[in-house]
Design a protein around this ligand. Structure first.
Ligand SMILES: NC(=O)c1ccc[n+]([C@@H]2O[C@H](COP(=O)([O-])OP(=O)(O)OC[C@H]3O[C@@H](n4cnc5c(N)ncnc54)[C@H](OP(=O)(O)O)[C@@H]3O)[C@@H](O)[C@H]2O)c1
Length: 208
């Protein structure tokens, strides 16, 4: 699959490496073409500008800092409809990392992406686990990635790509559920900042 990653930071590198190893074609764009070239070089991906990425990619992964979201989507031509009909996976965290609080008073980063990308099939996913989680589980249990979105095909495509990372997915609802998933990341960050393993702070519910 042709995957376009908008972002040239740590998450772009981590996801790009694993998806490239799984046989996908990865395009990388950011606000800096030098950084895109550097990141793409880590996994034989293709550096490109954001508008070119929007045209080429079948799936677009948004992996920039919250502060860069509007800028990168604008560079990609999203407000003009360049992402219409495409699966767009939003990985961003609009979180104050010192407190774990969401920076948005209401709604979610994923719904903000949808508002800036008319016609795109936005899925919230991959914002909770560190990118380094996908470098091999050593045979342990697969991480379950909670995802949400309004388009069945986009959810299915996202699940396939998460399977290629080594994870399983749980679809928790439509895009209006994104705030809950984003709050969950803030909750986890707050626990970690307080010195707790988040796994110890949720019930261990045995099913079946
Ligand atoms: N790292 C992880 O393991 C991880 C896991 C899950 C979710 N996330 C989320 O994924 C996103 C990226 O995380 P990261 O760790 O890759 O961050 P990072 O290494 O700090 O990289 C930040 C990225 O955002 C871009 N950026 C910042 N301000 C921008 C602006 N005004 N306009 C355009 N681009 C801008 C940076 O561009 P430059 O390269 O030009 O500075 C860079 O590509 C964040 O929202 C983060 O919360 C990260």
């Amino acid at each position: 699959m042709r995957i376009g990653i908008l972002g040239t930071g740590n998450l772009a590198v981590a996801l790009g490496k694993v998806w490239a190893a799984a046989g996908h074609d990865i395009f990388v764009a950011g606000r800096s073409s030098d950084n895109a070239t550097k990141v793409a070089g880590e996994f034989a991906g293709t550096p490109i500008d954001a508008a070119g990425l929007a045209a080429k990619a079948e799936v677009v992964v948004v992996a920039v800092a919250w502060e860069g979201l509007e800028n990168i989507l604008s560079l990609a031509g999203a407000p003009q409809g360049s992402l219409a009909g495409k699966t767009v996976i939003d990985c961003t965290n609009a979180v104050d990392f010192s407190t774990g609080r969401l920076k948005l008073e209401s709604g979610s980063a994923a719904e903000f992406v949808a508002s800036l990308a008319p016609g795109a099939h936005v899925v919230k996913a991959l914002h909770l686990f560190a990118g380094t989680s996908w470098q091999g589980s050593g045979g342990g249990p697969k991480p379950t990635v909670a995802i949400c979105g309004d388009d069945a095909d986009a959810l299915s495509t996202t699940s396939d790509l998460i399977r290629d990372l080594g994870g399983a997915t749980a679809t928790v609802g439509g895009l209006s559920s994104a705030r809950q998933l984003e709050e969950a990341a803030g909750f986890v960050m707050r626990l970690v900042a307080a010195g707790h393993n988040p796994r110890s702070a949720v019930p261990d519910v045995r099913l079946g």
